[in-house]
Design a binder for this molecule. Structure first.
Ligand SMILES: Cc1ncc(COP(=O)(O)O)c(C=O)c1O
Length: 350
């Protein structure tokens, strides 16, 4: 603390990202990164773009917005890009979620949401997931200015069908519904096809997970034009160039490499099923995951205890010290080899 701080700084409780260990040899299953290298075409495009670093990048990332638009069958004007989906979420909070009535989001979800609320002074209420950790849209029938949820949810991995999202949109025509689809490519149903019919829908996605580009920092939003315009106004009042030239080039090439995408996704989904079975065989309860991670608890060993035991044996997973989920571990789907090691170590500990 310092007398130079703006008053808001004292009120913040910053997001704590998962550990990025310095030492080699750790099996890193704690931050939902893709275990495989990105598309070689993306790496080649990044190398080529490095020749042009003398120049500022395109502030509107036009070629990337066009590539996203083509991929998802929307107009480029319906796309907004930012420095990871965390940044596009931050702009969304500031541009669209700050109203008198509270923003609603699940009690168990991406822990950055309440952090942004405090940063931007957004009032919010947490709506409990049901006993099976599922989102029930009927629970959102209460006064609010907007609704935000991750689909599939994090850290549970449970997906909400598109039909339920459409019902939620219809029930809340005057409230914005923001769907964070960071993990949708691993088994969820995207809400993007609903954007044309619903002016209250904003869909957030990222290249960090299914495109293996967490280090490049590329996220985007798809929504109708007035929503996108609000985001552009905030972005252009903050940083004209959130995406550097390397990120724009790499992201375009990654989106164009469909063969890499389809094969990598197939491998991760197949590994997830094996991981689920391996953990279940050890007595873990594993929630049904549509993401690149599983959320699991053991009837006899606490989450903190297990995470520490795994850590000592060189396997990093994520544990959240929060009331309803403190017995769970969130385990990223790794390569088959990494998953086998995780299972072997978990067997020693349970
Ligand atoms: C639900 C959810 N949304 C958004 C993000 C942010 O992803 P990025 O900023 O890398 O695009 C994450 C990252 O873990 C996430 O779990």
């Amino acid at each position: 603390m310092s007398r130079f701080w703006s008053p808001v700084v004292e009120t913040l409780s910053p997001y704590v990202p998962g550990e990025q260990p310095r030492q080699d040899g750790i099996i890193k299953l704690n931050t939902n990164e893709n275990p495989y290298p990105p598309s070689p075409r993306a790496l080649a495009a990044i190398a080529a773009a490095a020749q042009r670093l003398r120049l500022y990048p395109d502030p509107r990332a036009t070629v990337l917005r066009e590539a996203i638009a083509t991929h998802y069958g929307v107009a480029a004007e319906q796309v907004f890009c930012g420095n990871g989906s965390d940044e596009v979420l931050a702009h969304t909070f500031q541009a669209l979620l700050k109203h008198d009535a509270p923003l609603l989001f699940p009690d168990i979800t991406y822990s950055f949401y309440p952090v942004y609320c405090r940063l931007y002074g957004v009032s919010y209420e947490e709506v409990p997931l049901d006993a099976a950790m599922r989102l029930q849209i009927a629970d959102y029938l209460r006064p609010c200015s907007a609704i935000l949820f991750a689909n599939p949810n994090a850290p549970t991995g449970i997906a909400l069908p598109r039909q339920a999202i459409e019902a939620l949109l219809a029930e809340h025509p005057d409230q914005l519904v923001v769907v964070d689809e960071a993990y949708v490519d691993f088994g969820g149903e995207s809400a993007v096809p609903l954007v044309a019919r619903h002016d209250n829908l904003l869909v957030v996605q990222t290249l960090s997970k299914s495109r293996a580009l967490a280090g490049l920092r590329v996220g985007f939003v798809i929504g109708q034009r007035p929503l996108i315009e609000a985001l552009e106004r905030v972005k252009d009042s903050f940083n004209s160039y959130p995406l550097d030239a390397l990120a724009i080039a790499g992201a375009v090439a990654a989106l164009e490499d469909d063969a890499w995408f389809v094969e990598t996704r197939r491998r991760i989904i197949a590994s997830r099923e094996l991981l689920d079975r391996g953990l279940s065989d050890l007595g873990f309860e594993v929630l049904p995951s549509a993401a690149n991670f599983v959320f699991a608890r053991h009837p006899r060993r606490g989450g903190a205890d297990l995470a520490a035991g795994l850590r000592e044996r060189g396997v990093l997973v994520r544990h959240f010290n929060k009331p309803r989920i403190k017995d769970f571990l969130r385990i990223t789907v790794g390569t088959e080899e990494q998953n086998s090691r995780l299972i072997a170590v978990a067997r020693e500990l349970t």
